[in-house]
Ligand binder design. Structure first.
Ligand code: FES
Length: 618
């Protein structure tokens, strides 16, 4: 099937290119000047000349002196009468013909020479040019691709490079050609796929193209059937739930679950409280929602990216890339302890021009327990979004002036956001940044816009909490529990990377009462972007082991703190810090900031196992 798909795609390229050529050449035929395209701008009928019929020799005499003929015709060229004897006659004029031209006054056999060809050409031409050359050409002739007889080409030096063509045997003017006609002929060639220039559409290219198009249709048909069989075209009124047998990683059956044919396996499983790891929310970019199913299940681009050919052949797939209709059984490789919840929004507040703090409570009144650094996956329904936030405080409006007010429709999707507090609390707190669009050809982020514009009191479904990034023994750091407590911790973040770091800081200070040094490097653009500034300043006074180090890249003149990018300030600190092996680093923020910081930490000798990061861009 893979080969069939590849062939289908390549044949569609061939057909697509020819369709484009048809459109372009068809458009040219609509706008072209048909008079010019005929090449007859300077063509005239030669004047009718009087001849002396008394002087004409008997045709029978001429026939008896020349080789056998199938026809005889009396013609006039340049005012002189000739008998045109046809010895061999093709079905069409351009087919091979054989003529003799005999002067009808004196019976002399006449051959058309350069001078006579030029005179004959001039008699059919009324343009401003003069003859610059007369050439006798044997076929093939570029301007007359069908011609099978020798011709005279008489060229004029006018503005459109007229050439007059004469049959070399009979002296008949075959036609005129010029630059306009040659240009039109080029488009006819494209339109009729007449690349061999046989002046028609009954050619090998057309036959090849017809076969390719038929092949394209057949492969498309087979592919469509395959997609239907795999449930990729599940219609809203067809499908329903499908029974899927679940196998655990020890190959033991754990029963059958009914999953919607139209839902992804990732979303269908969470309905049964079976959560697969996922940090991209089902976008196919984190590669974490791995399952094993029947190898015949179609392989998608994301599957190819994350699995080897061998794994694909064994049936490894990403659960977020396949729907319930596609599989009959699946093996769960990694299941995490998370469930689906109904959450009520109880608070929604701007804390910077583009970041909102959202506070939710579980609708059933329960308290969720989780380690700081956890995230939840929100199920965003299809809805209408808007490019500028609703109820934007006046102070933050200048920040959005350059964004055009637009409404747009987005599809249902799921998005993951980190919690900004640790578990066991009344509320689930998130700091979510509006993902605005750089221009109106790109839609703003569906998840951030939907959540940030949600009215308090409304509910939404979310799965989790998922714990991938945390600071307790057993996290990405290897030391034992006792030693962990003695480690200095350095948190480094920027922008919306605040959420998990804030949760970790409070967990260390408030919940775990950790007395070891804790540094928080946080980068932002301006003072307005520096979220929770007062809160962290006060926390620093309350906990002497906590050091808050905000850095601004576009600070005003009155800013008393550090300037530049957060990783630069950290670098200065690191060079003065000894015993780096006793320091753990926790990172969360924009991709560039994280990759630069990790590279810098590694260059300073920090072991990879002492660096933990939450890559929320995946
Ligand atoms: S959830 Fe499937 S790849 Fe991320």
């Amino acid at each position: 099937m893979q080969y069939l798909k590849a062939l289908h795609k390549w044949t569609s390229v061939v057909v697509g290119i020819q369709l484009l050529l048809w459109l372009i050449s068809g458009f040219y035929f609509v706008i072209m000047d048909h008079q010019d395209a005929r090449g007859s701008v300077y063509r005239v009928r030669p004047p009718v000349q009087q001849i002396d019929h008394q002087r004409l020799l008997e045709p029978g005499l001429i026939l008896s002196r020349q080789q056998a003929s199938v026809g005889l015709q009396q013609i006039t060229l340049l005012g002189i009468p000739y008998y045109l004897l046809t010895h061999e006659q093709g079905l069409y004029r351009h087919f091979t013909n054989s003529y003799s031209l005999v002067n009808a006054y004196n019976g002399e056999l006449t051959r058309i020479n350069e001078a006579m060809a030029s005179s004959l050409a001039r008699s059919s031409y009324n343009g401003p040019g003069t003859v610059v050359s007369a050439l006798r050409l044997a076929p093939p002739v570029a301007d007359l691709p069908k011609e099978q007889n020798s011709v005279w080409q008489v060229n004029f030096d006018d503005d459109i490079n007229t050439s007059v063509y004469l049959d070399a045997g009979s002296g008949h003017v075959i036609g005129h050609s010029n630059d306009d006609k040659r240009f039109a002929d080029f488009f006819f060639m494209l339109h009729f796929m007449d690349y061999g220039s046989v002046k028609g559409f009954n050619n090998i290219q057309i036959i090849f193209f017809a076969v390719v198009t038929l092949f394209l249709s057949l492969t498309g048909f087979i592919w469509t059937i395959n997609l239907i069989a795999n449930g990729r075209y599940a219609l809203p009124f067809v499908g329903g739930n499908k029974a899927i047998e679940l196998i655990d990683k020890n190959d033991l059956s754990i029963g059958v679950r009914r999953i919607s044919s139209r839902q992804t396996l990732l979303d269908g499983l969470i309905e049964h409280d079976i959560a697969l790891p996922s940090s991209c929310g089902g976008g196919g970019t984190c590669g974490r929602c791995k399952i094993v199913t029947d190898p015949i299940v179609a392989v998608g681009a994301a599957d190819k990216h994350y699995f080897t050919d061998h794994e694909l052949a064994l049936g490894y797939r990403l659960a977020c890339q396949h729907k319930g209709a596609e599989v009959k059984r699946l093996k769960l490789l990694d299941v995490v302890n998370a469930r689906k919840h109904q959450l009520i929004l109880v608070g929604s507040e701007f804390i910077s021009p583009s970041i909102k703090e959202l506070r939710f409570k579980p609708a059933d009144g329960s308290k969720l327990d989780y380690r700081a650094g956890a995230y939840m996956r929100f199920f965003i329904p299809a809805a209408k979004g808007c490019s500028v936030p609703l109820r934007l405080p006046e102070a933050f409006q200048p920040h959005w002036h350059h964004i055009e007010q637009l409404e747009y429709q987005h599809l249902a999707c799921s998005r993951s956001y980190s919690l900004a507090n640790y578990g066991g609390r009344q509320e689930l707190v998130f700091t979510i940044k509006y993902q605005s669009a750089p221009n109106n050809r790109v839609l703003p982020g569906a998840g951030s816009s939907y959540l940030c514009n949600l009215e308090p009191g409304k509910t939404i479904e979310a799965a989790g909490p998922f714990e991938d990034f945390y600071a307790l023994p057993g996290a990405s750091v290897t030391a034992g529990a006792e030693q962990q407590q003695k480690k200095t911790r350095v948190m480094i973040g920027a922008g919306a990377g605040m959420a998990p770091l804030k949760a970790l800081i409070y967990e260390q200070l408030e919940k775990l009462n950790n007395k070891e040094a804790l540094y928080f490097y946080f980068g932002a653009g301006t003072e307005q972007d520096l979220i929770y500034y007062r809160e962290f300043t006060e926390l620093q006074q309350q906990y002497p082991q906590f050091h808050y180090l905000p850095t601004l890249s576009r600070a005003s003149d009155s800013w008393p703190g550090a300037r530049g990018y957060v990783q630069q300030g950290l670098k200065d600190k690191l060079t003065n810090m000894d015993c780096l092996e006793n320091v753990e680093f926790y990172l969360c923020g924009p991709t560039n900031m994280m990759s630069e910081t990790i590279a810098m930490l590694r260059a300073c000798g920090v072991e990879a196992e002492n660096i933990a990061f939450d890559d929320f861009s995946r």
